[in-house]
Design a binder for this molecule. Structure first.
Ligand code: FAD
Length: 497
């Protein structure tokens, strides 16, 4: 309620925010979380909370009148369709050179993502977070994050026989025939539940095309893990459909936080003001960067340093498909949860996940999301003419990612006598180079903040999400975001409270 005073306010309910809320609450601090997206705890008229990728409705996209599927063409035909404008779950946020996909709702990205829960190889950690003690991370914080998130691995014997991973087995065969290391990728999806889906004894989710717009079953999102534990302390409250627009020092100490309450059309129905002793920015790389850049430029937090907005990267995301021979069908039943990858990071700068194309028909396509060592970094800046935040990423900056992904797929194509698919991202377009699922940076650790996420010009303000990570994690990012948040909140609780 407006006028209230809270000890700790957390902006956003994704990984960083959920870790902060749980650990602060366990330390005895009352926490209020503010989330611009919906609660996603109530079924719609069809009895389901989330809609499927095969039949997207208003629940699919954040304030759009047409879907914007990451893979927007098939066999040359556009697959997007009109939907009512609604505060749906997936935001396809468009900047000039890139579309950044993000989750909106209580649970943040954990609601929409594939659940791939990957700890970077230790030898790569120094380039991921150069100022962080790797021994501590690998002894304490990565294990803590993996346990808290409920990470598990597919049963390799089941993998070898189940129809729904035929596409991954084709991916393994082709990787191994070209001499690339093939690895299983851990996930927070409940693997036993998926076995029951395949056996026909549980309601299907991963095997019913659910992903991107939420999973009604099987996936352990933050709602089932960190946020459930945070709420169980009795010290954490969450306001959904509330968007923070300003944070500024309060005259009597602490910070004045201005919050817009939204309706499901995205309109502001009320504006509230609360005072918080501490504020944790956990709005995600883009959300936190946009807020901080605006607050610095407009005079609400003028003393933020000049690193604010800088060091943003796309985790080198690039997608492509390959057309297989008729003797290599990838299966008409495909689990939406990827479970494997091709690791050519050290030799070629690319880690390619074998991704599903869950269309319900045989496509003879192999589809991949590559994470690459793209060196380009962009910056967010305040645009006073439009009163909004710009990002100066250019589409051409994906070329290094394409080159790195080609170190894998040119070789596989040569070995197999196959070609790239040209019908998945447009007409005659091979590379999905227009998007990222993995925004990282914008308030980089030990640059925009101190080495624990403190915005030191303003005691009591912290960054605790993917904005801290300087653009690349070498693998999917959320385990690293979670582990870094665990590390930082440990120190913050021990020394600042
Ligand atoms: P987020 O999880 O983005 O949470 C930020 C929250 O803050 C959001 O809920 C947002 O609505 C809210 N917010 C933003 N601004 C405001 C504001 N002003 N006021 C109030 N609330 C606000 N990563 C993996 O590791 N493995 C995967 O398999 C994987 N697959 C992905 C698939 C898709 C389709 C997408 C989009 C992402 C995927 N990711 C994956 C990435 C992963 O989900 C993100 O890296 C992660 O969610 C980022 O965590 P975060 O805590 O930084 O922020």
């Amino acid at each position: 309620t407006s006028g209230e005073r809270v000890p700790a306010l957390v902006i956003g309910t994704g990984y960083g925010g959920a870790v902060a809320a749980l650990r602060l609450a366990e330390a005895g601090v009352a926490v209020h979380m503010v989330e611009m997206g919906m609660a996603w705890d109530t079924p719609g008229p069809d009895g389901k909370i989330f809609c499927s990728t095969l039949a997207p409705d208003q629940r699919s996209y954040w304030l759009r009148t047409r879907t914007k599927a990451p893979l927007n063409y098939f066999l040359g035909f556009p697959i997007d369709r009109d939907i009512p404008r609604y505060t749906g779950i997936l935001d396809a946020e468009e900047f000039s050179g890139i579309t950044v996909y993000q989750g909106r709702g209580v649970g943040g990205g954990s609601l929409v993502n594939g659940g791939m829960a990957v700890t970077p190889k230790r030898e790569n950690f120094a380039t991921v977070l150069p100022s962080v003690n790797a021994d501590e991370m690998y002894a304490t914080y990565y294990p803590r994050a993996n346990a808290g998130l409920g990470v598990g691995l597919i049963d390799p014997a089941w993998f070898d026989t189940t129809a729904c991973y035929q596409y991954s087995r084709v991916g393994r065969k082709h990787a191994q025939r070209s001499g690339f290391p093939f690895v299983f990728v851990p996930d927070v999806y409940d693997w036993d539940y998926m076995k029951r889906e395949a056996a026909g004894t549980a309601t299907k989710s991963a095997l019913a095309g659910e992903i991107l717009y939420g999973n009604n079953h099987g996936k352990k999102s933050l709602q089932q893990t960190y946020l459930a534990r945070a709420r169980a302390t009795g010290r954490v409250t969450i306001s959904a459909l509330h968007k923070v627009t300003s944070v500024t020092p309060a005259s009597g100490g602490g910070y004045t936080v201005v919050i817009d309450q939204l309706n499901t059309s995205g309109a502001t129905t009320a504006t509230k003001t609360v005072t918080a002793d501490r504020v944790f920015f956990a709005a995600g790389s883009v959300g936190t960067s946009k807020l901080l850049v605006k607050l610095k430029a407009t005079g609400a937090l003028p003393n933020l340093n000049n690193e604010i907005g800088k060091g943003w990267g796309d985790n080198g995301n690039v997608m492509c498909g390959r057309a297989n021979h008729l003797w290599d069908p990838t299966g008409k039943l495909q689990s939406t949860i990827p479970c494997s990858g091709i690791d050519n990071w050290s030799a070629g700068g690319a880690f390619a996940e074998v991704a599903p194309l869950p269309t319900g028909i045989e496509t003879f396509a192999s589809f991949y999301l590559s994470i690459t060592k793209n060196p380009n970094r962009a910056a967010f800046t305040w645009n006073s003419a439009t009163s909004s935040v710009d990002l100066n990423w250019q589409t051409a900056w994906k070329q290094p990612s394409i080159d790195m992904a080609k170190t894998i797929f040119d070789k596989i194509n040569a070995k197999e006598g196959t070609i790239y698919r040209t019908d998945l991202f447009g007409i005659y377009k091979i590379w999905g180079d227009h998007l990222t699922y993995h925004p990282l940076g914008g308030a980089v650790l030990n640059k925009a903040t101190d080495n624990y996420g403190r915005l030191t010009a303003y005691p009591g303000l912290y960054v605790i999400d993917g904005a801290l990570i300087p653009g690349n994690t070498s693998v999917n990012p959320f385990v690293t975001i979670t582990a870094l948040a665990e590390r930082n909140i440990d120190t913050i609780i021990a020394t600042d409270l």
